[in-house]
Design a protein around this ligand. Structure first.
Ligand code: ZN
Length: 358
């Protein structure tokens, strides 16, 4: 669709675009049924970037929190490792998984690190106090999902195992103050072994470097407070070079690939964490993202000739927030939530530490 007025960020239109997904999703979202907390997270955190959480009433916010808690795995016997591995939050009460070896295997009541991550972030953004989170069992699930090589299995049902779930595990541990539950040394080793020879970080050792996995690796090291020591100075230098060379106008995810709106987040956030964002050409990056803004429906697309979608809307707005655009909240680059939500988390940490609850 031809974009007009593409240089101006149409904040009100994007608020409308995001809010409409809250209670009515498009038909094709049925394929993403098993990732409902992630869809919810994009909507809620997207509204937070736009400083627009006030479009939700208190009742709506409470209703969303109640729904998230209804997806939490109920208490299991604490000494049964196989049961504990299923703890955390799940994605849907109705869906099955069709893309793994055991076709139509049910995901019912089985936690998943990505869904737990999305659920906890959304609760914090909405101002919840996390008092209903089964903290110990959730952290034990993370502990028992860690593999011998330091990576994490996403779930006991059709689990995947790569840098994405290292990041989810690190955010869960950060939010719930639970780094003592995991083997940090092995996690660091997995990340450092995934540094590719061209400088970026792959999803696993010996895989091609990628913007998304580079973010997951570096944000994980930052959250563990290991960014300064985990990689060698040569690895850090090569990584910075690899990241900054991904800017064309906006950013590409890998060498020789087209520019894609979401990499203004994946690469941009990694550069922010590493203190390198001042080397980005802000004007070109901003214009590249705004070219993908739909000025009629709201939302952002992957590139200027494709349809808008929720993921690229979220990461497009996030990428723009790094460039001090009026009307957008300041975001925490590693946690993937606003600084406002991060301040709320800090209050919770102080409260629970003072009460010796955590
Ligand atoms: Zn993309």
């Amino acid at each position: 669709m031809e974009n007009q007025n593409s240089c101006k960020l149409l904040i009100d239109l994007h608020i409308k675009f995001l809010r409409q997904f809250l209670f009515q999703a498009p038909k094709n979202f049925v394929f993403y049924e098993y990732t409902r907390p992630t869809i919810l997270f994009f909507m809620i955190s997207g509204l937070d970037i736009l400083n627009a959480l006030n479009v939700l009433s208190s009742e709506e916010k409470l209703g969303i929190c109640d729904w998230i808690y209804s997806q939490q795995v109920k208490l299991k016997p604490e000494n049964d490792i196989e049961e504990l591995r299923k703890c955390g939050f799940y994605g849907s009460r109705t869906s099955t998984v069709k893309d793994c070896d055991n076709e139509n295997l049910s995901q019912l009541n089985v936690g998943n690190l990505a869904m737990t991550y999305s659920s906890l972030c959304t609760l914090i953004i909405l101002g919840d106090d996390l008092s209903r989170v089964n903290r110990i069992n959730t952290l034990k699930a993370v502990k028992y999902l860690q593999n011998e090589n330091g990576s994490f299995l996403s779930s006991v049902v059709c689990g995947e195992n790569d840098m994405r779930f290292v990041y989810c595990a690190m955010v869960i541990c950060y939010i719930l103050n639970g780094f003592s539950y995991i083997n940090i040394e092995k996690t660091i080793q997995f990340i450092s072994q995934s540094v590719h020879y061209d400088g970026g970080i792959g999803l696993k050792p010996n895989l091609e470097a990628h913007g998304g996995s580079s973010f997951c690796g570096i944000a994980s090291l930052f959250l563990m407070d290991q960014l300064e020591t985990a990689l060698t100075s040569i690895q850090m230098k090569n990584l910075k070079r690899w990241l900054i060379f991904r800017q064309q106008s906006g950013f590409q995810g890998r060498p020789n690939k087209d520019v894609d709106t979401c990499y203004s987040f994946w690469i941009g956030a990694t550069l922010k964490i590493m203190g390198m964002f001042s080397y980005v050409n802000w004007e070109e990056n901003k214009n590249s993202i705004l070219l993908c803004q739909n000025t009629i429906t709201g939302g952002f697309s992957k590139c200027s000739h494709t349809e808008v979608d929720l993921l690229h809307t979220y990461f497009g707005l996030y990428g723009l927030s790094f460039m001090n655009i009026t009307g957008l909240n300041e975001m925490h680059s590693a946690l993937n939530i606003s600084m406002r939500a991060y301040e709320h988390l800090k209050v919770l940490h102080n409260l629970y530490k003072t009460n010796s609850y955590w």
